[in-house]
Design a protein around this ligand. Structure first.
Ligand code: DAH
Length: 339
């Protein structure tokens, strides 16, 4: 019996000595001290030991038990510390590494231009209004002196919803809305989205316009020219020149088309102005007395000027953007250049 106990002791201590993990050590604990472990079995075997030898044997088994237990506990303490150190090492974070940067967003070029335009016209005493993008034929066309069969409707490829409802083709629709609701003096600008069935490098089916309307006593073409000159010099540069060419719009009489010296080359000639030094930026004119009358304003007492242009076009000229689609694709590589 005694030899058996010594054998168990030697084997157990060797296993404990050689264990490399707390998990392995736990297996050793089960092997010797578990319910059917070797030492527990010896305890149970005590019944077969002659009565007189039992106390001495019991003592030996108890000693063996505590020797193995102590060895297990000591080794376990050592291995637990080692394993903890190992775990810390594996989970180590280098707090000195630089963080992945956060990119700051910026305003869309159309928003930048729209805000700049609004500021310019506020400084000249205009107020700002907005109107519906789904509009009636009445405001978009008829009250602007464009009756149902008028040929000038062909200039604007319209998205009709039904015979009388459409997606507005021009912010000029707001001229009619404002004049039918307000008596002069009127000084208002209207930024907004408009829609036309049109699609190439300089036309998008959705684009942004900016309308201006001033009605008062004694308003002349000179007021229009001065207003547009101030606007062009503020949005482009102070050396910008403006020229008016005769044109035709049903709602203005006389009508003009307005060119400015190219913002890219300052009039020398370049890709943006196709070598001419000038770029066309807007349509304008003296509000047709017929329109004033249709909208309920006395044309003998009042006169006014109106103008309208594409915000997109201003952005393209100012920033040298070659294709209008770039303004609507939301490609971050394009947009972040306006930071
Ligand atoms: N609504 C015109 C267009 O979309 C632009 C325009 C021309 C607006 C003359 C005006 C104006 O107010 O007087 O082509």
């Amino acid at each position: 019996m005694k030899e058996k106990l010594d054998g168990i002791k030697l084997a157990a201590l060797a296993l404990i000595e050689n264990a490399v993990s707390t998990a392995e050590l736990n297996d050793v604990r089960v092997k010797y001290l578990g319910k059917s472990g070797e030492i527990s079995l010896v305890m149970r075997d005590m019944a077969n030991v002659p009565k007189e030898e039992r106390p001495a044997m019991g003592k030996l088994v108890n000693e063996l038990r505590s020797v193995v237990e102590n060895a297990l506990n000591e080794k376990n303490a050592i291995l637990a510390i080692k394993e903890e150190e190992q775990k810390f090492k594996e989970e180590e974070i280098d707090v000195t590494l630089s963080a992945t940067g956060k990119r700051l967003g910026n305003l869309h070029p159309l928003t930048l231009i729209r805000r700049e335009l609004i500021d310019i016209f506020l400084s000249m005493g205009f107020s700002v209004d907005e109107g519906p993008e789904i509009e009636s034929d009445l405001y978009n066309f008829q009250l602007l002196n464009i009756p149902k069969d008028h040929p000038s409707r062909d200039m604007q490829d319209t998205f009709y919803i039904n015979d009388n409802i459409l997606l507005r083709t021009q912010t000029s629709a707001m001229q009619a809305r404002i004049m039918t609701n307000q008596q002069p003096p009127i000084r208002v600008v209207v930024p907004g989205k408009v829609y036309r069935s049109d699609d190439d490098a300089s036309h998008s089916p959705i684009f942004n316009q900016f309308e201006g309307l001033a009605i008062d006593r004694h308003i002349t073409m000179g007021d229009l020219q001065g207003c547009l000159q101030t606007f062009a010099q503020k949005i482009f540069s102070s050396d910008t020149k403006v020229r008016l060419r005769p044109s035709y719009f049903p709602f203005t009489e006389p009508s003009v088309e307005v060119d400015v010296t190219c913002a890219m080359c300052h009039g020398k000639g370049c890709r943006v102005c196709k070598g001419t030094g000038w770029v066309e930026i807007l349509g304008a004119g003296i509000v047709n007395p017929a329109v004033l009358e249709m909208c309920g304003i006395d044309s003998n007492e009042y006169s006014g000027f109106a103008f309208g242009f594409g915000i997109d076009r201003i952005a393209m000229i100012k920033y040298g953007i070659p294709n209008i689609k770039m303004l609507y694709e939301n490609d971050v590589r394009f947009l972040k250049q306006f930071n």
